[in-house]
Design a protein around this ligand. Structure first.
Ligand SMILES: [Zn+2]
Length: 160
């Protein structure tokens, strides 16, 4: 992490810039999948929380999974969302439920790669270039509090 929701800040900013070419829901799906491993490791009490999922090689695999599984899963979530809307809100809260391949791929891979990049700054147990290198040159590149502020700022800029 930064805790999974903080990753959505950069995601919403990218969505604002890229629009229909970027799926925010697939991006969010990939964030959740990325942080399943640290969550399981936390529950188990492991000393290393960020393993293979928090490498760029893992990002490729989880990105592919997010495209193949996240695309139909997120489309069904969006259809469910649209179906649950009251008629008076349909016009401004309904959304395009179909997700085509380009935004799905962009959301998934930007999601997983940005996740590894952001987490590299704050987690000493990460080896983002494993198995090729055990170094993490980005660790403490900027203060963790500043990283959180950047994520919050990106999120709040888009909401306004
Ligand atoms: Zn993470």
């Amino acid at each position: 992490m930064p805790f999974t929701p903080f990753h959505m800040g950069p995601g919403t900013a990218i969505k604002a810039v890229c629009g229909k070419y970027f799926s925010l829901t697939v991006f969010g799906f990939s964030q959740v999948i990325m942080d399943i491993e640290p969550l399981v490791r936390m529950v188990r009490g492991d000393s290393v929380l960020h393993g293979v999922t928090h490498t760029y090689l893992g990002a490729i695999c989880i990105g592919a999974f997010s495209v193949l599984v996240g695309k139909p899963f997120c489309a069904s979530l969006l259809r469910f969302w649209n179906a649950g809307l009251e008629p008076k809100y349909l016009r401004w809260l309904s959304t395009q439920a179909d997700i085509s391949w380009t935004p799905a791929i962009a959301g998934a891979f930007i999601g997983t790669f940005s996740h590894v990049l952001l987490d590299s700054v704050m987690h000493a147990d990460m080896q983002p270039f494993a198995p090729f290198s055990i170094s993490n040159a980005l660790l403490d590149f900027i203060p963790v509090g500043f990283l959180y502020l950047i994520c919050l700022f990106l999120d709040s800029v888009v909401i306004r």
